[in-house]
Design a protein around this ligand. Structure first.
Ligand SMILES: [Zn+2]
Length: 91
């Protein structure tokens, strides 16, 4: 099951905001509703495996990590970036 990381984070923040914004609701109906919300969030997190999260995060970090300061191209490694700078911008 694939869920975009952004929508998962948005959902988690929305849920956290809801819980934070309604700390004093003590009726059993609201407690049950909050419990159901928390349960569905947990279901979503369960469906998204740790492996998926690590793959997504490491992929994004790698794509973001090595950016040419001249032309803003991105590279998967420091050596690839150095090679690019040497070839394209070393005049
Ligand atoms: Zn460049």
């Amino acid at each position: 099951m694939r869920i975009s990381l952004l929508s998962l984070i948005s959902f988690t923040i929305a849920l956290a905001s809801y819980v934070h914004a309604h700390p004093d609701h003590s009726s059993s109906l609201n407690e049950a509703r909050s419990y159901a919300d928390a349960l569905s969030a947990r279901d979503i997190l369960d469906a998204l495996s740790t492996r998926d999260l690590i793959d997504e995060l490491s992929g994004r970090l790698e794509r973001r990590a090595f950016v040419c300061s001249v032309c803003r191209n991105t590279f998967p490694s420091a050596s690839a970036l150095q090679e690019h700078v040497r070839r394209e911008h070393a005049h």
